[in-house]
Write a protein that binds this ligand. Sequence first.
Ligand SMILES: [Zn+2]
Length: 290
Amino acid sequence: MNSAISLKLFSFGIQKFHDPNWTGLELFDKLKQHVRQRVEPKNMLFETLQNGLLLHLGMWIYEEYLIHYEEGLIELEGEYILWYLEDYIDLLIDSGVGQNEPLILRTIEQINSFNILYNDDDENIYYEQLQERDLVLKKLILSLSEEYEDSIQAKKLIYAQDFAERVFHDRVLCEFISKLLIVIGFDGAEEENEEPKQWIKRKYLQSWAKKAIIARDRGECTECNRNLVMELVASYHFDHILPLFQGGTNDLSNFQLLCERCNLEKSKNIIPVNTSIPKYLQFKKSKNLK
Ligand SMILES: [Zn+2]
C-alpha cells in the first residue's frame, strides 16, 4: 500500500464529509440503497457489521478519488494535478500494470518534462506550462482511469480498510459521522416530522467489535479514564455515542467504552465525546514558539 495515497485519500474523505453537495446527494443516495435493503449489506447501520459503514465510506471515497469519467469532476489545479498523476502512476505500477504500457509511458514522459522545467532556473516557465497544459494533464487522468479501471478496483478494498481504520481510531470523527447521518436523513424516521426511531435492536455485540472498541479506547472509560480491563475491576459498558433513541445507529463507529458510573450518569443525555488522539500527538496552541 502506498502511504501517500492512503493519507491523501483520508484527507479527501474528510473534505467530502464537509461538502453538503456530496453528503446530501451522493452519500445520501448510496446509504439509502442499504437502509431500504436494496443492496448488501442490507442490515448496514442496523447491526454491528465488520464490513459496515466505515468500510463502505472508504470504498465510496476511493472510487470518487480515483475513477473519473468526466473532465469536470477533476477539481485539481496547477501542481496538484501533477502530484496526483505521480501518485496515480505509482498506484497502477503497484497494482501490476507494466511500466512500458504506452499510456503509462506517455504519462511518465509528461511528468518528467515538468520535473525538468522545475529544475531549470526559470520557475515561471514551469508554472506557465502547468497552466497551459492543464487540459492535457486532465485528459491523461481521464484516460488512465478508464483504461485501468479494473486495476484500480482491485486495490479498492485494501485502501478502504485503511480508511476505515483511520476514521475508527478518531472518536471525535466517529461522533461527527454519527451526527452527519442524522443531518442528512438517516435517523430511522419515515416521516419528516416523526421522532427518530430506534434502529432494530442488536442481539449482542460480537466479540470482534468488543475487542476493537476496547483496543481503540485503550481499556479505559472515555469519560473518567478509569482503567476497565484490570481483572479485579473489569466492568465496562459499550455506550452508543449518539443514543439509539436520538437516531444513533448500531454501526461500530457509534460505540465507545464507558465505566458503569459514567454510563449511568450519561443515561439519556448526550455528552460530547473525548478525543481518542493520544496527548503526545495533540498540538498545543498555547505554547509560545519563539
Ligand atoms: Zn467513567
